[in-house]
Ligand binder design. Structure first.
Ligand code: 5GP
Ligand code: ZN
Length: 112
């Protein structure tokens, strides 16, 4: 997808502070963190949103969760973090390349 900012992060066309990368996924720090630890895990393959995931993506979605949980632990929030996929504008999705938020380290109680 030539016009997708997260595809451009995958290719390196747009810089990002990457925590992890392999042939299928990339993890990078969110540019506008909502908590002390806030990073995103994405598949290198362009999928717009969770609703676009098909059976052939099952493996990579599982890997995103596994990698995200490991990176959460490495960044000190193994005891509590949120794993969030937003789907659609109404749910607050603004970037239409599927991404998993890992958010942790908040001192205040979590809203919802
Ligand atoms: P959404 O609301 O679509 O689920 O979340 C998109 C997330 O991507 C937001 O938390 C936003 O701060 C982050 N984001 C948007 N553009 C960039 C970017 O160019 N670089 C990085 N590192 N994060 C971005
Ligand atoms: Zn994309």
């Amino acid at each position: 997808m030539s016009d997708c900012i997260f595809c451009k992060i995958v290719t390196g066309e747009i810089p990002a502070k990457k925590l992890y990368e392999d042939d299928e996924v990339v993890a990078f720090w969110d540019i506008a963190p909502q908590a002390p630890v806030h990073f995103l895990v994405i598949p290198k393959k362009h999928l717009a949103a969770p609703v676009d995931v098909t059976e052939q993506d099952d493996q990579v979605i599982g890997k995103m969760i596994r990698v995200g949980a490991r990176l959460a632990a490495e960044n000190g929030v193994a005891d509590g973090f949120r794993v969030i996929f937003n789907n659609g504008k109404k749910a607050g999705q603004v970037v239409f390349h599927i991404h998993m938020h890992i958010i942790g380290g908040r001192e205040k109680p979590w809203p919802m």
